[in-house]
Design a protein around this ligand. Structure first.
Ligand code: SER
Length: 326
């Protein structure tokens, strides 16, 4: 049987790039990209793009069955910042969405379900440095609560029903293709985007705020390597992964070294408290041991690549605008 992949939240920060990678692996026609908004140009023509509201169990099941889905990457979620603005919606999308996916997987014998968890699963009582997988999980955001509950739900479906559910606790993700939507770690991306556009930036956390991060190519590798990992070697079902830890000032300095005219101010808002409730660095040794995880990008390598890619994009946009006579 051909492997057929369903991606939810396909048009988001991770989903867009993951869908492109998966099309390369499984074949364009075998990856069904889904979301609740119109498909971006980047994905629209290359393979099937469908509407899917993950909170509707009938839609989830119908789409999975009609498309003979064998693997699901379930990325549809409300992130931490937006989650605090609308906690009820965050619960609905994150919990009912995952429940519907796992129920479909159980009923229709989907081979594997991969879901991102987050450093938001940790809370203010969690040790802040080199935080291991098994530690105090008492988050104070609705997003974090849904992530802890989601990790447990994944494990429950695995133990009780044999669903091959696997999960990664992602730190902040830095990327250039699709902007993040409503997370606490979005400031890191915003700094690079503004700097390349020749603009200044007002950062919504303090200079000292330090969190773990991962550059998108590493994040995609983590998802794909976890999916391919030999199940018999997995001791855990949920893994910590990290690339590097950096403060907001470290990011601003890294940008400044490359774009000296960039200026950044720091005016913390409600997301400061969220950021302070998360670890400064996490320990991903279990992922390294159990499935060979190894990130490639540190802050410097990420900054070089990020700025080069954003500049390439600007050049393409400028050329297109010129050609269209605007
Ligand atoms: N990047 C996410 C957020 O800030 C963390 O999982 O919400």
């Amino acid at each position: 049987m051909t492997d057929r992949v369903l991606v939810t939240g396909s048009y988001g920060q991770i989903g867009t790039e993951l869908t492109l990678r998966l099309r390369g692996i499984y074949g364009d026609a075998n990856v069904i990209a889904t979301d609740i908004t119109p498909a971006p140009e980047l994905l629209e023509e290359g393979g099937p793009c469908r509407y899917l509201d993950v909170t509707d169990p009938r839609q989830v099941t119908a789409l999975a069955v009609e498309n003979k889905i064998t693997h699901i990457y379930h990325l549809a979620a409300i992130l931490s910042g937006n989650g605090e603005l609308n906690p009820q919606k965050c619960w609905d999308v994150n919990m009912n969405g995952l429940y519907n996916i796992l129920e479909t997987a159980r009923t229709w014998k989907v081979k594997q379900v991969i879901t991102p968890s987050s450093i938001a699963a940790f809370g203010p009582d969690t040790p802040k440095e080199h935080t291991p997988i098994d530690t105090i999980l008492r988050p104070t955001t609705m997003y974090g609560i849904t992530k802890v509950a989601g990790e447990l739900l994944n494990e429950y479906y695995n133990q009780k029903y044999g669903v091959d559910a696997r999960s990664l606790r992602f730190p902040g993700i830095v990327s250039h293709e699709t902007e993040p939507g409503g997370g606490t770690t979005d400031y890191a991306v915003d700094m690079y985007v503004k700097a390349v556009a020749g603009e200044s930036y007002t950062c919504f956390v303090t200079e000292e705020t330090t969190l773990p991060f991962l550059y998108m190519p590493d994040a995609l590798n983590a998802l794909l390597e976890l999916s391919a990992a030999d199940e018999s070697k997995l001791i855990h079902r949920t893994f910590n992964v990290t690339g590097f830890s950096a403060s907001a000032a470290d990011f601003a300095d890294a940008v400044n070294r490359r774009i000296p005219e960039f200026s950044c101010e720091f005016e913390p808002d409600f997301r400061q408290i969220i950021a302070e409730s998360w670890p400064r660095s996490i320990d991903d040794n279990d992922a390294r041991r159990e499935w060979g995880w190894k990130p490639s990008f540190d802050l410097e390598a990420m900054s070089d690549d990020m700025i080069a890619r954003l500049r390439e994009k600007e050049t393409v946009v400028a050329a297109n605008t010129e050609n269209s006579g605007v």
